[in-house]
Structures are given as C-alpha cells and as structure tokens.
Ligand binder design. Structure first.
Ligand code: HEC
Length: 418
C-alpha cells in the first residue's frame, strides 16, 4: 500500500528506550516514569470499556460475514478473527497474505494489475491480492431484508496476476492486542525517536517516520504506526481499510466506501451502512474492541531463562556501547569501524556496501538494499536507468561496468576498539 519504504523501527522501541534514556532526555514519555500497560490473554478489557461492551465489540470482530452482508466480490476471509486469533481474538495468526507488484522505469514500486473474469476485467495498482472470491456461484441471499437469487455460475471472480509482477511478498497477520496504547503515542514522541535514533546508535539505526492520512479526519495527516509499512495511524482507519480489502465490505470512510470491482457485486455500497442503537457501524466496533484490548503478556518463563537473560544483557550492553561512544564517533562520516573494503564487496544479508569505484558496479543485490553502515540516513534508492545502471542517489553506481573481482566480505561483529 505504501510504496515508499519509510519505516520507524517501532519493534526496537524497547531497546531504544534504554538507548535514549542513557543518551539523554527526550521529549514525550520518560521511560523511567512510564506505567506498564495492563497485559493478558484473558479476554478482558483494559478499562476503556466495560466487559459487556467489550464482549459485544469482540463479537463483531468475530462475526462471519456472508454475501448478503456485502462479503467480496473478492476477499481474503469472512471475519477479522480468521487472521487475528491466537491464542485469543485480536491476536496474531499463521495466515499470510499476498502482496505483489513491480518496479517502474524509475525504480518505484507499482502495485500489481489484477485480472478477473478470464482476463476481461482489470484492477490496476492493487498490491494486495485477494485469494478468494464469491463467484462463480449460485445462491439465495438476503439483501436489506429482501431475498434474491444470486446467479453467477459462469463468472470467474478469482484474482490473477501475470508474471510481469515480479515483486511478491507474503505478509504475516499482525497482532492487534494492546494497539490502543500505540495509537495513543503522540506523533512528536515517534518523531523524536526517529530523529534521535541515528546519533544514539552510532548511525546503525536511522528510523524515518511517515505521515499518513487519517480517514476519519478527512485525510488529515498523522504519523503512521500500524501495518508492516506503517500505512495507518488510526485503528478506525485500519478497520475501514481491512473491512474493504480483507473482506470486501465497503464502509463509510472514503476511499473504502466502494467495492474494488463491480463483477458479481449485488449489494449496494457502502455495505456496512446500518448504525446500531449506539450509532455505531461495524468498523466502529472493531476499532473500539482493539482500543480496549490489553497488551500481550510477557512470557516470564522465557524472560528468566538463560537465553532470555543473555538477550537482555546483550541489549543493555549494546545500549551502553552506543551511549559511551564519543559523540564525534557516533556520526557519519566517521564511523568507528573501517570504511568499505578496497576490493569490491558482495552485499551480505545483514550489511552491504555501495561500491564507490565504478569498476565495482554490479547488479548483484537489489539497489534499494545497499547502504553504508553508519550513514545518517536510511538507504537512498538508486534508480535503475537500464540494466546495471543506477543513478540519482549519492554513491549509486553510474556505469554498468562488470565487477572484476568480487571478494567475500565478512561483517564486523566485534566491538571496535576506540
Ligand atoms: C486474511 C487475513 C486478515 C483478515 C481477515 C484481517 N486482517 Fe488485519 N492484518 C492482516 C495482515 C496480514 C496484517 C499486516 C498487513 C500489512 O501491513 O500488510 C494485518 C494488520 C492489521 C492491523 C495492524 C496491526 C498493527 O499493530 O500493526 C490491524 C489494526 C488489523 N489488521 C485489523 C483488522 C481488522 C479490524 C480486520 C477485520 C475488519 C482485519 N484486520 C482482518 C491480516 C488480516
């Protein structure tokens, strides 16, 4: 959904809190005064709602939708719970979904063009590929209280993509428990974390934030924090997006108020249109459910195991190491480890070097993943002008000269002596 790779390393917040606590005070919540969020896989609310409201909202999140409710025409599952339930509703699961697309001539990601109905219907720029459809099928359904026959016996509704969509990724279903606490973090706190990361980690982690539209605020922007690409800042916006794109149920928040295809579409948009006695639609219940959940609990047995303790010590040691680097050494261009080797390196999975000599230019390894250690910024994208020719960003190769001598380069794992 977000083509630009702009990532705040939220998963590193814990380690970073330690780093920042040692590196100096930051605006926002002080780690030492923070109160632990209530946690537990116990199907109980965190205090935002009472148990009755929580159970009702959870029921909506667990509800199985059918064609008459607006399910599809293309979809991934019939209920939020199908992908968010392990060990309790709202959590994660083993279900992965398919994202696909390709790069244009400038190296930018373009969502796939999906085809339906034996290639006669196309949906352009759709990175999420739905794996189910409601047709071909014949059924009797109820729409707005009226019974009607649904007959699409000869219509192929399954989404297909061509081999031109060379980028494919399976994304795991994420946990939503405790997400209300993440939603409550002030934008500025995340911005501060992102801007402090580079100096606090000696340039190893340079987070970048992304501002995304909040659908219920008419597209006003806020710092993204949910989804693999931080594509949403609000749980209501995410619910609206997921209801349409995972289940095919259009709802009141544009752009999710219309189904993605008219093929086999028999239920008027928006499908989720009936407000209940509280004035809430399904998407409001989903959001309130997630906001009222407790955070996943800590596995205390694992945390006190020798491996767990070793991991915690390593994390603390890293924080101390970074915090005790002289400031001058924490900044690019003076990293406390050697610059790129003189021979042309082979990019490794964990660290890559952009060859500066033109003779080192090589197409091995995707250009977007090449970066310098200790660079202040995350990798800049090298535009692929033609095969083997990268331009635009500093340090991008500008000639297609083949690499004469590729020698393996081992990643430095020991602490550099100062
Ligand atoms: C077919 C599986 C599937 C279904 C059904 C599904 N989700 Fe998800 N959910 C995912 C996946 C996969 C992700 C990660 C998506 C991404 O970023 O590309 C996700 C991410 C999320 C997140 C972000 C969590 C975080 O902390 O980053 C929220 C919130 C969410 N889903 C809510 C919902 C709601 C509400 C529904 C029902 C309307 C729903 N999901 C239905 C698979 C699913």
């Amino acid at each position: 959904m977000c083509s630009k790779k702009t990532i705040v390393y939220v998963c590193l917040l814990t380690g970073l809190a330690m780093v920042l606590a040692m590196a100096g005070p930051s605006a926002g919540q002080n780690a030492s005064t923070a109160t632990e969020a209530p946690s537990g896989f116990d199907n109980q609310p965190n205090g935002l709602t009472d148990t009755a409201a929580f159970n009702m909202d959870r029921g909506k999140f667990e509800e199985t939708e059918a064609i008459g409710d607006g399910l599809g025409p293309i979809f991934n599952a019939q209920s939020c719970r199908e992908c968010h339930q392990n060990p309790v509703t709202g959590s994660t699961s083993q279900v992965k979904e398919l994202r696909a697309g390709h790069q244009d001539n400038n190296g930018n990601f373009v969502g796939a063009t999906a085809t339906l109905a034996d290639g006669t219907v196309t949906i352009p720029n759709r990175s999420l590929i739905n794996q189910r459809a409601i047709c071909p099928a014949v059924d009797t359904i109820t729409v707005n209280g009226q019974t009607q026959t649904y007959d699409f016996a000869q219509t192929q509704g399954q989404e297909r993509i061509s081999t031109a969509e060379t980028i494919r990724a399976f994304r795991m279903s994420l946990n939503t428990l405790g997400d209300g606490f993440i939603e409550s973090i002030a934008d500025q706190t995340i911005l501060n974390l992102a801007s402090n990361q580079c100096s606090a980690t000696g340039g190893l982690i340079c987070g970048e934030s992304v501002r995304v539209p909040v659908l219920e605020a008419s597209g006003g922007l806020a710092v993204g924090r949910f989804g693999w690409k931080n594509q949403h800042a609000s749980l209501l916006s995410f619910s609206s997006d997921a209801y349409l794109n995972e289940m095919g149920i259009s709802n009141r928040l544009p752009p999710n108020n219309v189904d993605v295809t008219r093929l086999c579409d028999v239920v008027p948009d928006p499908n989720d249109h009936t407000a209940d006695s509280e004035g809430l639609n399904d998407i409001d219940h989903f959001a309130r459910f997630m906001r009222a959940t407790k955070a996943p609990p800590r596995d205390t047995a694992l945390a006190t195991s020798s491996d767990g303790v070793a991991g915690a010590n390593l994390s603390t040691a890293l924080a101390v190491t970074f915090a005790t680097f002289p400031r001058s050494l924490r900044r690019h261009p003076a990293p406390p480890w050697p610059r790129e080797p003189s021979s042309c390196p082979i990019p490794s999975a964990t660290r890559s070097f952009i060859p500066t000599a033109t003779s080192c230019c090589t197409t091995s390894g995707p250009a977007t993943e090449l970066f310098r250690p200790a660079a202040r910024k995350p990798p800049k994208k090298c535009a692929l002008l033609r095969s083997g020719v990268f331009a635009r960003a500093r340090n991008c190769c500008t000639t297609a000269a083949p690499s004469p001598s590729l020698t393996p380069f081992s990643v430095i794992t020991t602490k550099p002596s100062l």
